[in-house]
Design a protein around this ligand. Structure first.
Ligand code: F6R
Length: 359
């Protein structure tokens, strides 16, 4: 029930801190270790490559999952769009393990891949929000996202829940392999910190509403740019913006803009820069300068430790592996307010269904 909220999407954005705490409660122990079925950990540890298969927002979460698993578990990960993978399957490694990401657990594009990997006898795990869903029943293992029903067509809390559960999986494998970075990573603590920070960001929503008026009220297009995980969040941020506000938005690798796409920057084009990674912050700022000198209206979302006074939104610092969990929240609110301001239905955008059961 959306209760006193005007839209499900706003309620679901607000649910995120609670979902983070629920995931901590369900998947971690007092001593800081994570609890998932040992067989899942063993099977992934025994594989030589993980293939993440998903669509849309779940696909965008998959990229963050790749970063987490590769860093903590030291297993190579490939991320694929279900609708492409099924019909043009790449050469697979000797012992692949498949992770299907699907909020609904009913997405036909993802299911056709699972049917094939089952036929080939490969082990699989589904991360889904819906117990007993098709992808859950047909995969060898399931981990639930515990996000509660997601009603708004635009996915928000399922995205952050997917990243949190993928972090749990990555740590479980890392710990089982004696990885030092993984053992030192107090995930329960970090996710609890993130839950509180999400609350403070959501409390700032009037500021975000105001900034959206300033940046997006009469624009047809917009860009989100970043590098590494900030690029992955940019892809999700732009999907959210276009699917509900109908502003044509593109998420771009900051360093790649100058290889062509920068031609689209005109006077006043909004460019959102996501900066949460110390390694790449200076480079992304350089790219923001490049677009600014071509007339872009820059909007910088940065972590406090990497921020400049001129940045539009500064987010409290969080663990470097989990920054997408906080940087995505303002972008969800940006999409929400842009849509409200344009007078569109936030929860039911045109041409879209919540669960896509055709290929
Ligand atoms: C976007 C959105 C879609 C879904 C996609 C996959 O906000 O909701 O892009 O993420 O259709 O759906 P699931 O995760 O149910 O497989």
């Amino acid at each position: 029930e959306k209760g006193t909220y005007p839209y499900y999407m706003l309620k679901e954005i607000n649910d995120q801190p609670t979902v983070m705490r629920r995931i901590v409660k369900e998947y971690t122990k007092q001593n800081g270790s994570v609890v998932i079925e040992p067989e899942i950990v063993e099977k992934i540890k025994a594989s030589d490559r993980v293939y993440i298969i998903a669509c849309g927002t779940s696909y965008n979460a998959g990229w963050v999952g790749k970063a987490l698993i590769e860093k903590m578990a030291q297993i190579p990960v490939e991320v694929h769009l279900s609708s492409e993978f099924g019909y043009n399957m790449p050469l697979l490694s000797k012992n692949p393990f498949f992770i299907f990401l699907s909020q609904s657990g009913e997405t036909a594009d993802s299911r056709q891949v699972l049917v094939q990997t089952n036929r080939l006898g490969y082990p699989s795990l589904t991360l889904t929000n819906v117990a007993g869903s098709t992808l859950s029943r047909e995969a060898d293992y399931t981990l639930l996202l515990l996000a509660g029903p997601e009603i708004a067509v635009a996915s928000t809390k399922a995205y952050t829940a997917q990243i949190a559960v993928l972090a749990i999986v990555a740590k479980a494998i890392g710990d089982a392999s004696g990885n030092e970075q993984s053992e030192k990573f107090d995930i329960a603590h970090e996710l609890s910190v993130i839950a509180s920070i999400m609350e403070t960001i959501i409390d700032e929503k009037a500021t975000i509403d105001q900034l959206v008026t300033e940046y997006l009220s009469d624009t047809r297009n917009a860009f989100y740019i970043g590098r590494g995980v900030d690029y992955y969040v940019s892809m999700e941020a732009s999907l959210k913006l276009k699917e509900i506000s109908y502003i044509q938005a593109e998420g771009f690798a900051a360093g790649e803009l100058k290889h062509g796409t920068i031609a689209l920057i005109e006077k006043g084009t909004p460019v959102f820069g996501v900066i949460t990674d110390k390694k790449t912050a200076a480079h992304t700022r350089g790219n923001l300068k490049e677009v600014e000198s071509r007339g872009a209206h820059n909007f910088v979302i940065s972590l406090a430790s990497l921020s400049k006074e001129s940045d539009q939104l500064v987010l409290p610092d969080v663990h470097s592996l989990l920054t997408p969990l906080v940087s995505v929240v303002p972008t969800q609110l940006i999409a929400y307010f842009a849509t409200l301001q344009r007078g569109y239905d936030v929860d039911k955008p045109r041409n879209l269904a919540k669960s896509v059961t055709v290929e």
